[in-house]
Design a protein around this ligand. Structure first.
Ligand SMILES: Nc1ncnc2c1ncn2[C@@H]1O[C@H](COP(=O)(O)OP(=O)(O)OP(=O)(O)O)[C@@H](O)[C@H]1O
Ligand SMILES: [Mg+2]
Length: 268
């Protein structure tokens, strides 16, 4: 892959010294790409993002094998703030806004690492408002009283206030109506094409994610079970059956679907 920005190479992650969650995950994110990390509950999506942005320590988690490189630099031992300085920010699952702060104050908390002065920060704020006009109209509202969609936009907007090169976006669709999910993804796409912001997004909503991503990885039980160009994954029969809800019958696991298919081919 040309111009690899992020290279995750065979990482293993253990929580509390004993719980092995990632069992050798490898993935690449090209500069300027939108890559989706797909999988069901507990597959390890959030853990993978935390490993990249160095948020594992606070969860008593640790990368015990493999390496993570950002533009060739090993980063798995860096602090979260060192990652922000390198332009990598994470939007956490569940749209964490400060409930008692206004939308604008929430956004401003995202600029705390900036050293380029007030005028530059103000310019970024205006840019965020240009991408999220809804936030501008709600700028003085207390976050607690805004809608789920506005809170998700606020969480993304706050990440953008750090002027990131790469945003790790954890389940932006969670709990939102389809139309709002679409609105959020449209903005992500816009940011990607105009600002060249790179995205690694974790999603259970396979259908939506594959419409907006260039490339996807499917994670199951701490392992990547499949990866490919988003358009190929969308057409893939196994993905359709297991993740896009187009197949019939009992679905157990992606792997079962695959081996079942393989067996069928073997018999026929
Ligand atoms: N802090 C933690 N301590 C111990 N185990 C954890 C911790 N965080 C996550 N896990 C476990 O790691 C596994 C992967 O969880 P993770 O949150 O990465 O999955 P996910 O793919 O993001 O799932 P979801 O779609 O539900 O958010 C799960 O079995 C979970 O119980
Ligand atoms: Mg998660």
């Amino acid at each position: 892959m040309s111009n690899v920005l992020l290279n995750v190479n065979g990482i293993e992650v253990i929580y509390n010294h004993v719980i092995l969650v990632l069992k050798g995950v490898s993935l690449q994110v090209p500069e300027g790409g939108v890559v989706a990390l797909l999988g069901g509950n507990g597959a390890g999506k959030t853990t993978t993002l935390r490993a990249v942005s160095n948020l594992l320590a606070g969860e008593r988690g640790e990368v015990t094998k493999g390496s993570i490189e950002l533009r060739g630099e090993r980063i798995e031992k860096l602090s979260t703030s060192a990652m922000v300085e390198r332009g990598v920010v994470q939007v956490m699952e569940g749209r964490h806004c400060f409930a008692h702060l206004s939308i604008e104050d929430n956004l401003m908390t995202g600029a705390y690492t900036r050293r380029d002065g007030k005028a530059a920060v103000a310019a970024t704020l205006e840019k965020v408002y240009a991408y999220f006009p809804r936030l501008k109209t709600r700028r003085t509202s207390q976050a607690a009283y805004t809608s789920g969609g506005e809170q998700q936009m606020c969480a993304i907007g706050r990440a953008l206030m750090a002027n990131p090169k790469m945003v790790l976006l954890d389940e932006p669709s969670m709990g939102l109506a389809p139309q709002i999910v679409e609105e959020v993804f449209e903005i992500v796409k816009d940011l990607n094409s105009k600002e060249k912001t790179t995205f690694l997004l974790a999603e259970q909503n396979t259908n939506m994610a594959l419409r907006y991503a260039d490339y996807g990885y499917i994670l199951e039980n701490g392992r990547i079970v499949m990866d490919g160009a988003a358009k190929d994954l969308r057409e893939n029969e196994d993905v359709k059956e297991f993740y896009l809800g187009m197949g019939g019958g009992d679905r157990k696991s992606f792997k079962d679907v695959k081996s079942y298919k393989r067996r069928k081919r073997w018999l026929s």
